[in-house]
Design a protein around this ligand. Structure first.
Ligand code: BG6
Length: 488
C-alpha cells in the first residue's frame, strides 16, 4: 500500500522568528544600526495608512540615527530575546520543537556592512544561540536576510539598488556559513524576497523619495536583481562550505482566486499568481521567466545585469522552496466596484466565503492545501512552510491564563489541510508557525498584534515585565508535535 497517511518521520515541527522582531539589544555587543532600527510604532494607525507606514524619508532616517534610545523604535527592544533566549528555547523544547527558524542580524556581524573583519562578539552571540538550540534537540533554520540591512549601506550605496551591497552581503554570507557550518543544516537566503515590490525600504533599503515616480519601479527591480544574484552567491558558497546543508529560497505565497468564472477574471488571477511565482522561478529554475520580458517592456523597466549574472543565477539554484502563507486574495476586472479587504501585506476584493482576522487578513486553510499542491506541481522540489499564523489581541486574566481558542482553531484548520496536502503527495520538510512567541509586528511595530503560543508581558509602548506565560495554544501545539500531527 503506497498511500501516504500522514506526516513523515522526522518532520520538522517548530516556530519562526526574525532577529529584528525579537532580539532587542540594538546597541549592545558592537551591533550597528539597521533599517529595522528606524521603524516607528504609529499609534491608532488606520488600515488605509499602512502603506504610508512603510514609507520612510531621509529626515526620519536622520532622526532615528540621532535617537539614543529605543522608546520610539520598538524593534530596538524586541522582546529581549538577546538576553532571554535560553529561557525561550527551554519553552520551545517543552513544546517538543524540532526546529526553530531564526535570522542573523547582519549588523551584529558587520555593523556598517563594509568592515573588513567581522565583529567577534556578534558571531559569539549566534554561536551561543545555535549551541543552546542544538543542546535542546532543536535544529536551527537560519535566514540570512530578514527585513534588515545596515543603514550605512542605505546611506552610502543606495541599499540593494547599489551593486556594492552584493559584495558586502557575499562577505557576510561567507563569514556566517563558514563560522556555523557545523551547527546549521538548514539555511534560507532572503525572507519574502518578493516583498521588495510592496515595501521597498524594509526589504531593500530603498528610500522612495530619493527617486522620481518614473524611475522607482526600475530601482526596485534593479535592487531585486541584486538580491537574486546575492541569493545565488549564498547558495554557491553554502555548497562549497557546508556540503551537507540544504539551502532554500523564501516566498510570500499570495494565492489569488478569480472573483468569477469569466475568462477575463481567470486570466487576471492567473497573471497575479504567475507574478507571485516569478520570484521563486528565478531562484529555482535559474532564469527570469519569459512573461516578465513583456511586463518589463510595458512598464519601461530596464535592468542592468553584469556579464556573468545570468550564469550565476543559472548555476546556483536552491534545494527547496520555503514560503509564508497567511491568507488568500481575490481579484476581478471589476474590482473597482467591489467590496475590498485591506490587509496591510496585500489587499483585494473581499471573499464572501472567508472570515478575516482582526487585521483584515482573510483566513483560508483550504488555500494552504491548494498552494502546496500547486507549488509542488510546478517545481517538484521539497517545500517548507516557514510562516503561518494569525495576529490577534489576546486577553490575559489575573491568573495569567490566555484562552486563545481562536488561535487553536486557526492552526488546527490549517494543519489539517497541510496534512491533506502531504497525503496528496506533496514533499514537505516541515512547518514553522509564525510566531511561537509574541513579538514586535513587522509591518506596524505593534506588540499587541500577538501571534505566539507564549504570551510576553509587554505593551505597545514597551511597558511590562517581559515575563513569558504559556497560553492555552501552547499545550495544544505541544500535543500536535508529540503525536506528529496524528490527532489533527
Ligand atoms: C511576514 C514576515 O511578512 O509576515 C514577518 O516575514 C512578519 O516578519 C509576518 O512578522 C507577519 O506580519 P506582521 O506585520 O503581522 O508582523
Amino acid at each position: 500500500d503506497l498511500a501516504i497517511t500522514g506526516f513523515p518521520k522526522g518532520f520538522l515541527w517548530g516556530g519562526a522568528v526574525a532577529a529584528n522582531q525579537v532580539e532587542g539589544g540594538w546597541n549592545v555587543g558592537g551591533k550597528g544600526l539597521s533599517t529595522a532600527d528606524m521603524a516607528i510604532h504609529k499609534k491608532n494607525l488606520k488600515r488605509e495608512e499602512y502603506e504610508k507606514h512603510y514609507k520612510i524619508t531621509d529626515e526620519q532616517i536622520a532622526d532615528a540615527i540621532a535617537a539614543t534610545d529605543a522608546s520610539a523604535y520598538p524593534k530596538r527592544r524586541g522582546i529581549d530575546f538577546y538576553h532571554r533566549f535560553r529561557e525561550d528555547i527551554a519553552l520551545f523544547a517543552e513544546m517538543n520543537f524540532k526546529v526553530l527558524r531564526v535570522s542573523i542580524a547582519w549588523t551584529r556581524i558587520f555593523p556598517t556592512g563594509v568592515e573588513e573583519q567581522p565583529n567577534e562578539e556578534g558571531l559569539r552571540f549566534y554561536d551561543e544561540l545555535f549551541d543552546a538550540l542544538r543542546s535542546n534537540g532543536i535544529e536551527p533554520l537560519v535566514t540570512l536576510s530578514h527585513y534588515e540591512m545596515p543603514i550605512y549601506l542605505v546611506n552610502n550605496f543606495a541599499g540593494w539598488n547599489g551593486r556594492k551591497t552584493v559584495d558586502c552581503f557575499e562577505k557576510f554570507a561567507v563569514t556566517v556559513l563558514e563560522r556555523y557550518k557545523d551547527k546549521v543544516k538548514y539555511w534560507l537566503t532572503f525572507n519574502e524576497i518578493d516583498s521588495i515590490i510592496r515595501h521597498p525600504f524594509t526589504t531593500g533599503g530603498i528610500v522612495p523619495d530619493r527617486f522620481s515616480k518614473d524611475e522607482i519601479e526600475t530601482v526596485i527591480y534593479q535592487a531585486l536583481h541584486h538580491q537574486f544574484v546575492a541569493s545565488a552567491l549564498a547558495v554557491k558558497h553554502c555548497r562549497r562550505l557546508c556540503p551537507e546543508a540544504k539551502i532554500g529560497c523564501m516566498l510570500t505565497r499570495l494565492l489569488t482566486y478569480p472573483e468569477s468564472c469569466a475568462p477575463e477574471d481567470i486570466l487576471l488571477a492567473y497573471r497575479e499568481n504567475q507574478l507571485n511565482y516569478f520570484f521563486s522561478d528565478v531562484q529555482i529554475r535559474g532564469r527570469y521567466p519569459r512573461h516578465m520580458t513583456r511586463r518589463f517592456a510595458e512598464k519601461g523597466i530596464h535592468i542592468d545585469m553584469l556579464p556573468g549574472d545570468e550564469e550565476i543565477l543559472q548555476q546556483h539554484t536552491v534545494d527547496f522552496l520555503s514560503f509564508s502563507y497567511y491568507m488568500s486574495l481575490v481579484t476581478s476586472v471589476n474590482a473597482d466596484k467591489m467590496d475590498k479587504v485591506g490587509g496591510n501585506i496585500a489587499g483585494g476584493v473581499k471573499n464572501p466565503y472567508l472570515k478575516t482576522t482582526e487585521w483584515d487578513w482573510q483566513i483560508d486553510p483550504v488555500g494552504l492545501r491548494i498552494a502546496l499542491n500547486d507549488m509542488y506541481d510546478r517545481y517538484q522540489i521539497p517545500l517548507f512552510v516557514v510562516e503561518n499564523g494569525m495576529g490577534a489581541v489576546d486577553q490575559i486574566d489575573d491568573d495569567h491564563q490566555v484562552n486563545d481558542d481562536y488561535r487553536i482553531a486557526f492552526f488546527q484548520s490549517h494543519l489539517k489541510e497541510m496534512k491533506e496536502a502531504v497525503k496528496d503527495g506533496v514533499e514537505l520538510m516541515g512547518y514553522t508557525s509564525w510566531a511561537p512567541i509574541d513579538l514586535i509586528s513587522a509591518s506596524t511595530s505593534e506588540m499587541n498584534k500577538r501571534y505566539g503560543f507564549i504570551y510576553v508581558d509587554q505593551d505597545n509602548d514597551g511597558n511590562g515585565t517581559l515575563v513569558r506565560y504559556r497560553k492555552k495554544s501552547f499545550y495544544w501545539y505541544q500535543d500536535v508535535i508529540a503525536t506528529n500531527g496524528e490527532t489533527l
